[in-house]
Design a protein. Structure first.
Length: 175
């Protein structure tokens, strides 16, 4: 397992605005927002007949929430191509779905302020359950046109091979 105190001088937590997302071995362009990684484990309550009027608790099923990726609309079609593997309208009877390769593993990387890789999470067996090609169009607005995909997944884990980087220091000029 990785060493956790490579940078004992770092006091501040990492910021949430430097990140990249990778699938199929390459980075996906323009992602501006990634929903939180969250899992919930059901509580199984049980009681033995001779116990007092209280119950015991143990863990049950664990569910992983879907992860939404958001980005501005460009000519990059990666979101749409992946979404079309689950349902591609007009592809013909029996050819609307590509069950062979509709799942992908996704890597979410978090960087420190210096642009060094600090954390990474692997999200497993993702598939697109929702695709929003554009946001609402509004002639009176002054905003970026946004699209997003919602990824169902079967679990995620932190990549402990990514260790805390030694952050750079600035050298004061002499003389």
């Amino acid at each position: 397992m990785a060493q956790f105190s490579v940078n004992p001088a770092r006091f501040d937590p990492y910021k949430n605005f430097k990140f990249r997302v990778k699938w199929d071995g390459r980075y996906v362009a323009g992602i501006s927002k990634v929903a939180a990684l969250k899992r919930t484990t059901e509580v199984v309550r049980h009681r033995e007949g001779g116990d007092p009027s209280s119950s015991r608790k143990s863990p049950g099923r664990t569910e992983y929430e879907a992860v939404t990726l958001e980005r501005g609309v460009t000519h990059d079609v990666e979101f749409e191509r992946w979404a079309n593997k689950v349902w591609n309208f007009g592809n013909g009877l029996g050819a609307e779905v590509s069950l062979k390769d509709f799942r992908k593993d996704v890597i979410i990387e978090v960087y420190n302020e210096a642009g060094q890789l600090a954390l990474a999470y692997k999200v497993y067996r993702c598939w697109v359950s929702e695709f929003q090609a554009t946001a609402d169009l509004d002639a009176n607005a002054n905003a970026v046109l946004i699209q997003n995909i919602k990824l169902e997944n079967e679990g995620w884990e932190r990549d402990y091979e990514v260790v805390e980087p030694s952050e750079p220091t600035f050298i004061e000029p002499t003389g």
